[in-house]
Ligand binder design. Structure first.
Ligand SMILES: C[S@@+](CC[C@H](N)C(=O)[O-])C[C@H]1O[C@@H](n2cnc3c(N)ncnc32)[C@H](O)[C@@H]1O
Length: 246
């Protein structure tokens, strides 16, 4: 993995990358970053970049969907349903979506069946992305982490960011919410799906709702919906949030 332990500098970088496709983010490239982002709004993660997690996904990639499908995982389809409920059919052609922690692209498969056409992916696991690429659904593929430093994605680049299954310990930290707000344009939406029990039994994810509330109070986002559903993963419930970026 090219990206190494750059814990939370949140450096700002507004220039658009020359080469978007299959971009690896090297520490050297990041030194071009200038100035500090608005750190007040971001809850810093104490985690280090979870390279061990990525290694585990690299090893799991070939069997991931088989295993997940036998667990009745419904996070990806719930995320897709929330996005399809939000965007009428007439708008779906134009919505530019980023699937964050996209893995093998399960969300993309559902989005495609619902007539969304413009879908990019971000994930640090090369092997998961190899599987995702086989689906031929996604456009730009960012081989990167989110939540530890500012990505190279330009401000307001997407209409919609979606994540499911990746807000769990040693994956995507809560600090990523600020990065999602940065890369989604004003008027766009963020769809976040998480296992409900993570909101209370994880030291990291008990900060998720307070972070949403701070951003709401700060006029950065507005809550559209919060839906609890059963069968997220085996018997666990899931929560699907939709927030509009202001
Ligand atoms: C359980 S899988 C979920 C994949 C897909 N979203 C789904 O619903 O099937 C979690 C994914 O999160 C990715 N991931 C872990 N840490 C991440 C981070 N900091 N930033 C982005 N993705 C991350 C992993 O590589 C893995 O592919």
């Amino acid at each position: 993995m090219v990206v190494h332990g750059r814990a939370s500098p949140w450096t700002s970088q507004s220039k658009i990358p020359a080469e978007m496709e299959e971009r690896d983010t090297s520490p050297e490239a990041d030194t071009a970053a200038a100035g500090l982002a608005d750190e007040k709004d971001c809850r810093e993660s104490r985690w280090q970049v979870p390279e061990h997690t990525v290694k585990a996904y690299d090893e799991w990639a070939d069997r991931y969907e088989l295993d997940v499908n036998s667990s009745n995982y419904s996070g990806a389809i719930s995320a897709c349903k929330a996005i399809a409920d939000y965007y009428p059919l007439s708008k779906r052609n134009d919505v530019k979506i980023l699937d964050v922690g996209a893995g093998t692209g399960m969300i993309g498969s559902y989005l495609k069946k619902n007539y969304f056409k413009n879908i990019d992916a971000l994930d640090p696991s090369r092997k998961m992305l190899d599987k995702l690429r086989e689906k031929k659904i996604y456009g730009t593929i960012w081989n990167d982490y989110i939540g530890f430093y500012q990505t190279h994605i330009p401000d307001g680049y997407y209409d919609c960011a979606v994540t499911s299954g990746a807000f769990t310990d040693d994956h995507i930290p809560v600090s990523s919410v600020c990065e999602l707000v940065r890369i989604v344009k004003s008027g766009g939406v963020i769809c976040t799906v998480i296992r409900e029990e993570n909101l209370t039994n994880s030291l990291e994810y008990c900060k998720l709702e307070p972070t949403f509330q701070d951003l709401e109070k700060g006029g950065k986002i507005e809550k559209v919906s919060r839906r609890v559903f059963s069968g997220y993963w085996f018997r666990s419930k899931g929560v699907c949030y939709m927030h509009k970026v202001l």
